[in-house]
Design a protein around this ligand. Structure first.
Ligand code: NAD
Length: 265
């Protein structure tokens, strides 16, 4: 029996089998959870349906997180099908591609700033509000995905940095609000991984190479590693952890200078 047996998980953010959300879905399914997936639009529907088949064939629903009515429908359908919910994973991020390169000051528009925050940060709060009634009495767990660019200024990450900072602050406020109901709220800060979303960030290849060279573990991380930590955080094994941002990045966040750049092996 896995450590998530009898748990029901909604995972938002699968776009392909390279998605971090997919690594999480596989790990949670392996540990015994039933998985519901959503797809952002019709273009992604078939791919997400295929992923769902590979992890037990649970509910698959459309969800654009900017649409409150769709959010309501997703939780109504889960209420009708499952009656309750134990886990929500939010692995969603977006900013206009043209704002993810060059000067942050020059290239960030009012519209892009608002959109990045709405889709990448506010939507986690909106999902929590929808999930809350279904999680009563179940020691529920909410998890989001963030990146070091929310804590430090990094080239090209630009407007996504403030959006991730807002998301991480939201984790702490949500944890404080919901802890009394036994609902825990955490984030995984993943190292760079080649996915569809990441391909929109300028010079992403260079970022991958630099991280691999500089991280204490001298390599990048995989969606499986992020998936395993996420499954742990959403399980009773992590029952004392909330309001936390856990880095799964080979230790990159912990060093100030690149080991290899300084002559280390
Ligand atoms: P991905 O492209 O596979 O996933 C991003 C998902 O966001 C997609 O499924 C997309 O459909 C969804 N999305 C975007 N706008 C949406 C909307 N309006 N409504 C519903 N869904 C929407 O890329 P990923 O790298 O797996 O990204 C998942 C999360 O991980 C993001 O929050 C990202 O910022 C974060 N993250 C990624 C990395 C990385 O290097 N890949 C590192 C740290 C954190």
């Amino acid at each position: 029996m896995g450590f998530l047996s009898n748990r029901k998980a909604l995972i938002v953010g699968v776009a392909s089998n390279r998605s971090i959300a997919w690594g999480i879905a596989e790990a949670m399914h392996r540990e015994g959870a039933e998985i519901a997936l959503t797809y952002q639009n019709d273009k992604l529907k078939r791919r997400v349906e295929q992923c769902s088949k590979a992890c037990g064939g649970g509910p698959v629903m459309p969800l654009d997180v900017t649409d409150d009515a769709q959010i309501d429908t997703v939780f109504q359908e889960l209420s009708d099908t499952w009656g309750h919910l134990d886990i929500v994973v939010h692995a969603v991020g977006f900013a206009p591609r043209e704002e993810l390169e060059g000067s942050f000051v020059d290239n960030t528009t009012r519209g892009g700033y608002g959109m990045a925050h709405d889709i990448s940060a506010y939507s986690f709060v909106a999902l929590a509000r929808g999930a809350r009634p279904l999680m009563q009495g179940r020691n529920g767990s909410l998890l989001t995905l963030t990146y070091l660019g929310g804590e430090r200024a990094l080239p090209n990450y630009n407007v996504m940095g403030p959006a991730k900072a807002s998301l991480e602050a939201s984790v702490r406020y949500m944890a404080s609000d919901l802890g009394g109901e036994g609902i825990r709220v955490n984030a995984v800060s993943a190292g760079p991984i080649r996915t569809l979303a990441a391909s929109g960030i300028g010079d992403f290849r260079k970022m991958l190479d630099f991280n691999a060279a500089a991280a204490p573990m001298r390599r990048n991380v995989s969606i499986d590693e992020v998936g395993n930590t996420s499954a742990f955080l959403c399980s009773d094994l992590a029952s004392g952890i909330t309001g936390e941002v856990v880095h799964v990045d080979g230790g990159f966040h912990s060093v100030a200078l690149a080991g290899s750049a300084m002559g280390g092996s």
